[in-house]
Design a protein. Structure first.
Lengths: 138, 138
DNA sequence: CACGAATGTTTGGGCTATCAAACTTTCAAA
DNA sequence: TTTGAAAGTTTGATAGCCCAAACATTCGTG
């Protein structure tokens, strides 16, 4: 049995998330844009794309465009979901400013396992439903 | 002006937190115990202690005991506080099991800046005070 | 089509943090 | 007081991820 001890590094997860974003907006991701979005240099991207390709998470050919494999897309979407959710929690509920919320979400999204995240989600759902909550207080 | 761009790595913060724990329990920290608590080898500890010493966060002499400097202790206590708070949130409110709560708290404690953490704290305080909350639901 | 700019890749280097294993120091028991 | 085991240190390697800069490829424009 393929015991899922294959956790991706934070960095690789960030690559997947970034690629998904680009792919969504422009159907395809380019090395240059990945680099720009992640604030790293083009040269660094190549090596990481190879790693992701070896894990069958992206379709990569030298000098070609990059797309996520189904497997990669699934992971990327999970991470994206967490990011959106956490950022929303931080900015809407905690009233953290947008930029900080984004940064912090980007860190936190790698910290929780699936189960913990789901519990967090349900918790926030409950909070939002609470009729006694005053939306502009915090 | 000494602009505080000196953020510690996650790892160094973990060392400080671990040393504080040992120091509290046994007045002094030993390389061997740090290694055991952090699940790393003794050899790895030495180098990191030197780094922390260079930053004046621990008192380190070869073959000697280790203690936190005031500066180091202050940081360690902040991190410990976050850990306790986050673990409590995860286990008491989200009902995450103890071990997972501990692990997750250990990751999350490095993700938030001071301000965000304080907002999180206040938020939980509010939740706890909410008279409509059912303690055993989640 | 050809050529230069844009994009992508490679190479060599650096930094952090870890390990294994050899080596040194300390300390307590005989 | 000697001495061997425990604790600490050093050294050389490795892995991950990044950069700079030289090099290769691609592509749009003239």
């Amino acid at each position: 049995m393929t015991t899922k001890k294959n956790r991706l590094s934070q960095s690789l997860e960030d690559y997947l998330e970034t690629i998904l974003g680009l792919q969504t907006k422009k159907t395809v991701a380019r090395s240059k844009d990945i680099a720009a979005k992640m604030n790293i240099k083009r040269g660094s991207v190549t090596g990481m794309l190879k790693k992701l390709a070896k894990k069958e998470l992206v379709n990569y050919e030298p000098y070609g465009y990059v797309t996520l494999t189904p497997k990669g897309k699934k992971i990327a979407q999970q991470i994206e979901l967490r990011h959106i959710f956490l950022k929303d929690f931080l900015s809407r509920i905690l009233k953290v400013d947008e930029a900080t919320a984004d940064e912090t979400a980007c860190q936190m999204e790698h910290a929780m396992d699936k189960n913990t995240f789901e519990k967090f989600q349900n918790f926030v759902k409950t909070i939002d439903a609470c009729p006694h909550r005053r939306p502009d207080k915090n």
